[in-house]
Design a protein around this ligand. Structure first.
Ligand SMILES: *[C@@H]1O[C@H](CO)[C@@H](O)[C@H](O)[C@H]1NC(C)=O
Ligand SMILES: *[C@@H]1O[C@H](CO)[C@@H](O)[C@H](O)[C@H]1NC(C)=O
Ligand SMILES: *[C@@H]1O[C@H](CO)[C@@H](O)[C@H](O)[C@H]1NC(C)=O
Length: 515
């Protein structure tokens, strides 16, 4: 409560307060927000000068790759960030380009990921439409016909993609092609992340257009994940297997957790409840079941650092102490659930995860967390294949840090910072701003190259080399969550009082207006 009042005071005082006086208190920080915005502008310019309208900048060589079907993924994914960061120049550069994209085909034959296309392109266009349809964001736009173009193009893209759902079960094929003609890949399975991270965007398009077909397709697919069959593929209440049969919608395994291939299915359960608590009450029940089981069964403490709580993976009811940078979003999702359901236990557990996963940043030489890591859990059978001791070269590191890296890269991902954002918004505690700022400075120091910022090969050592790529989520997720943590109050910000929330962030951090 005390900190909420402080924050209010600062937002009233506005930018007239000198920076040094603010240092001890939480609240908006115009100077830090501006620094993050400049990093955003530098990243955008690097892409715009050397890669646009191709998909992705390769910042070491100042060149590009077309890795997302050459519809200009970095531009479309970045659009909502340009809007939120109020970068008028890039907003209009991207908007001018939007009407020129042909979403009915691809420039070259090739596979299209339904999931990636949905979260980056489709979510990006819908979000831009929602944001630019109202003040203050509409003021950024020079040519207002481009706002309607965002919606038109989102619908054109959905119309191109929708035959992916034309399977025996209605669970979509994860991969389709449009060139030389529309064709499903013919996959026999999909996973709960790729099939269960469509429902927000497709429901939103139906609500805006008044055409129910999009919501119906995505919700039908979701139905198999909400009521899993056979029963043994839900080893803990609410926590399911990973892969589903496209033929009949049954689960084909009982492995899972909060990492890749499953993560955003759980994320969207509570986000659909935020979108419309009446219609999606059952989604909330499933999230609550998953959250309770996660706290009871997956919560794990490293043998050398009992103060840390990570989330294990599972194979059936066997617990496997391993996790990932991706899974570090879970803390934020628990905090969001706690805010919406007014359940302090979820907020507290989310804060525990926020602090714990940040330890994977604190532990390394670069101050940045690795892509994958393990630990030993003394409450599990020791020396089993699921719970091995660290390799001898990692033993010293593990003793201090409480984890060791199994995959050392950092590809400019947002999840740990995303969770710190939720932690800050829920508590108003400046320590989360400080943690995020420290991570930001470390990332910029390690990843800055000539024209922009590059992925890193090995965060466990200083100067561990680069992977020549700047993923679009660096602009739209990592820098957007960082910026919002220091930006002033607005209706976009996550609110401590869930009843005041008006926007929901898709899994790519695109804000979508709730129903
Ligand atoms: C990719 O970007 C380069 C450099 O801006 C440009 O010349 C080229 O036309 C682009 N390629 C495609 C396929 O759009
Ligand atoms: C606005 O954009 C549309 C579509 O690209 C274009 O036809 C029109 O000429 C533009 N209007 C102005 C005033 O530039
Ligand atoms: C586990 O294995 C390691 C290495 O093989 C050995 O040093 C250690 O004593 C074993 N611990 C237990 C509890 O069996």
């Amino acid at each position: 409560m005390r900190l909420t009042k402080t924050r209010l005071l600062f937002s009233l005082a506005g930018s007239s307060l000198a920076y040094p006086k603010r240092e001890a208190s939480a609240g908006p920080d115009a100077q830090k927000a501006q620094a993050i915005k400049e990093t955003y502008q530098r990243s955008w310019k690097g892409y715009y000068d050397h890669a646009f309208p191709n998909d992705t900048l390769t910042p070491l060589t100042n060149s590009y790759v077309n890795d997302r079907n050459r519809w200009s993924v970095t531009a479309i994914d970045a659009l909502s960030a340009s809007i939120v960061l109020r970068d008028e120049e890039s907003v209009n550069q991207i908007l001018e380009f939007v009407p020129t994209i042909d979403f009915t085909t691809t420039a070259e034959p090739g596979d299209i990921s339904l999931f990636e296309t949905n979260i980056r392109y489709f979510g990006g266009l819908l979000s831009a439409y929602d944001l630019l349809s109202q003040e203050p964001w509409s003021d950024l736009v020079k040519n207002h016909t481009h706002i309607e173009a965002c919606l038109k193009q989102a619908q054109s893209l959905a119309d191109s993609l929708k035959f992916a759902f034309d399977t025996p079960s209605g669970i979509p094929d994860p991969i389709i092609q449009l060139n030389p003609e529309p064709k499903r890949k013919g996959s026999t399975q999909n996973n709960i992340a790729e099939a269960g991270t469509l429902v927000l965007e497709w429901t939103r398009l139906s609500d805006i257009t008044g055409d129910p077909q999009y919501a119906e397709l995505a919700q039908k697919a979701e139905s198999y994940m909400l009521k899993p069959s056979p029963p043994e593929t839900e080893p803990f209440p609410g926590l399911t297997g990973t892969f589903l049969s496209i033929e009949d919608g049954t689960f084909v395994n009982d492995d899972g957790g909060w990492g890749g291939y499953t993560d955003s299915f759980y994320e969207y359960l509570i986000k659909m409840y935020l979108y419309d608590p009446e219609e999606f009450g059952f989604y909330k029940d499933r999230w609550t079941a998953a959250a309770d089981s996660t706290m009871e069964f997956l919560s794990s403490h490293p043998s050398t650092r009992e103060d840390i709580t990570f989330l294990s993976q599972y194979a059936g009811t066997d617990i496997i102490p391993t996790s990932s940078h991706l899974a570090s979003f879970a803390g934020g999702n628990f905090i969001l659930g706690g805010i919406l359901l007014k359940e302090q236990k979820y907020i507290d557990f989310g804060l525990t995860l926020a602090n714990s996963y940040y330890e994977t940043y604190r532990g390394t030489a670069t101050g940045i967390g690795p892509e994958g890591f393990r630990w030993v859990d003394n409450n599990l059978p020791t020396n089993s294949t699921n719970n091995p001791q660290p390799p001898s070269e990692d033993a010293e590191f593990y003793k201090k840090a409480g984890f060791w890296a199994t995959s050392t890269a950092y590809i400019l991902r947002p999840e740990t910072l995303e969770t710190l954002y939720y932690a800050y918004r829920a508590t108003g505690d400046k320590k989360y701003q400080d943690m995020a700022w420290e991570a930001y400075e470390n990332i910029v120091a390690a990843a800055e190259t000539g024209a922009a910022f590059s992925s890193l090969r090995d965060v466990t050592i200083v100067d561990g080399g680069y992977i020549d790529k700047m993923e679009s989520f660096w602009l739209t997720e990592t820098l957007k969550y960082l910026f919002l943590m220091f930006d002033e109050e607005s209706e976009l910000q996550v609110q401590k009082d869930g009843s005041k929330m008006r926007w929901v962030f898709n899994t790519e951090a695109h804000p979508v207006k709730i129903r």
